[in-house]
Every structure is written in structure tokens, then in C-alpha cells.
Design a protein around this ligand. Structure first.
Ligand code: F6P
Length: 250
């Protein structure tokens, strides 16, 4: 595992974008696993800037997103499809048909999940999976206690995740209670993993995930078993890990 410490959120975003852009330059038709949440927004902004400057093209890239709220239409402002369009896809040359986000309105969620697993397989697997991390160590919507062997599945969100995501909605009641999410198995099958984390409030989760025991109670801790993980984080998020004596690259 490589751990890169960046001075602040902007530097973290630039470094993460650099790793994604290197992947796209190396393999123009790569499959990118993409994430939502507040943390990757700066990374996407940097990628858009480089695209606009003519340094990068996504013309052949295929993408699969980690998760989607159940019950939200792709046009709902808090759906993850909407997030991806407004933060990335609408501003770059990726082909719309090459972008894949789970359908939150699927009539048969189980069938949607099974089809998504097949889609990932048919694409040849994920070359680089971008991840954020929740305060309880969740990745995508894999919550503490979820089985590491799960593939894409229907999830009931924990109270803590609903609380954390309330900031994006008018009220807590508006936050969907369920979501469709890639499972830990899909994530662990990615050839490379890039996690971005920012802020003091995530320092404890980073410590547990990367210096604690591998346990289902901290879903991100499973990444310790993956052969190619890069963690890019700012100083605040790494503070407890560094205090614990784990060495990081500058
Ligand atoms: O980057 P944020 O907004 O802190 O979110 C962290 C995690 O929470 C989620 O948004 C889900 O609640 C994940 O998609 C994300 O990785």
C-alpha cells in the first residue's frame, strides 16, 4: 500500500487526479470505477480542467459507479447519476453510453444488481477504482458488519450514514433509506484502488482502516488485503495514522 500525504484538500485532489489521468493515458479504454460524496469533487474538477486544457481525453474510457440511492430518478439532484453528470461527465468527452450508474428506479433491484455484476465482468473488470470513505469506515454503501463476499446488492443505510448525508437534502426525512451498491467483492476485484480522504473528522476512520485489524466492522480495513492500493489524503485525515508511527510519502 502507498500512502501519500498532501498539504490540504486541493493538493490531495490534484494528486488523486494525477493518478487517474496516468491510468487514462496508459490505457485510454480503461474501466474506471467512480465514486460520489464530497471528497472526490475536487479530483473531478481537476480532471475537467486538464481535459479543457487538452491534456487528457476520456473518449474511450468506460466507467462504472459504485452506488445509487434506491428510489431516486437519475434527474433527482441528489441522485448519484446527477452528481456524476454535473461534476464530471457533462464536462468531458466520455461517451454517455460508456458511463454506467446503477438504476435507482429499477423495478426489480435484485435483477438490477445481478445485471450490474455481469456488466462489470463483460467490461473486463475495473482497472482503477476510486473510493471515498465514510466516518464509520464504509466504502460505497458497504456498512459495518456487511459480508466481505458480497457483490452488488441492496443495502439498508445505517443511521450514521443517513445523518452524514442529510447535509445534501432538505431534511433527514428526504434521505433515502436504501441504496444499491457494489459489494466489497467487486471492489476487491479491481486491479488498482485509489482512496481519497480529507479532514480531521476522518482521522480515526483512517487509523482503524489502515492500522487496525481487518474486520467487517470497519469495511475499508479489507483494503489491507488488496495488492495495489494507494491512499491519497490530506494531513488532517492522516494525523492519527502518522501519530501511530505509520510512514507516509510526502
Ligand atoms: O466524501 P464524503 O462525502 O465524506 O463521503 C464518504 C462516503 O460516503 C458516501 O458518500 C456514502 O454515504 C460514499 O459514497 C463516500 O465514499
Amino acid at each position: 500500500m502507498r500512502i501519500y500525504q498532501s498539504e490540504d484538500y486541493k493538493a490531495m485532489s490534484r494528486r488523486a487526479a494525477n493518478i487517474i489521468s496516468a491510468q487514462v493515458i496508459y490505457k485510454p479504454d480503461c474501466v474506471l470505477g467512480l465514486a460520489t460524496g464530497g471528497t472526490p469533487v475536487g479530483t473531478y474538477k481537476q480532471l475537467v480542467d486538464w481535459y479543457k486544457e487538452g491534456d487528457l481525453s476520456f473518449a474511450e474510457v468506460r466507467s462504472v459507479n459504485l452506488d445509487e440511492y434506491l428510489g431516486l430518478s437519475p434527474h433527482h439532484e441528489q441522485s448519484y447519476r446527477y452528481f456524476m453528470q454535473s461534476n464530471l461527465f457533462d464536462h468531458i468527452d466520455i461517451k454517455p453510453e460508456n458511463t454506467h450508474v446503477l438504476n435507482g428506479l429499477a423495478k426489480d433491484p435484485q435483477a438490477e444488481c445481478a445485471a450490474y455484476n455481469k456488466l462489470i465482468q463483460d467490461l473486463g473488470g475495473i482497472d482503477l477504482q476510486l473510493l471515498g470513505m465514510g466516518h464509520n469506515g464504509h466504502i460505497a454503501f458497504n456498512e459495518p458488519g456487511d459480508d466481505f463476499g458480497l457483490e452488488t446488492h441492496l443495502v439498508t443505510l445505517t443511521d450514521r450514514t443517513i445523518d452524514a448525508n442529510t447535509r445534501f437534502f432538505d431534511s433527514r426525512d428526504d434521505v433515502p433509506r436504501q441504496a444499491l451498491s457494489m459489494g466489497i467483492k467487486n471492489i476487491m476485484n479491481a486491479r488498482r484502488i485509489l482512496m481519497v480522504v480529507s479532514g480531521e473528522d476522518k482521522a480515526e476512520a483512517v487509523l482503524k482502516a489502515f492500522a487496525g485489524p481487518v474486520t467487517k466492522e470497519v469495511p475499508a480495513s479489507v483494503l489491507q488485503l488488496h495488492p495495489d492500493v494507494t491512499l491519497v489524503a490530506d494531513k488532517a485525515a492522516l494525523s492519527k495514522l502518522v501519530e501511530a508511527g505509520v510512514s507516509v510519502c510526502g
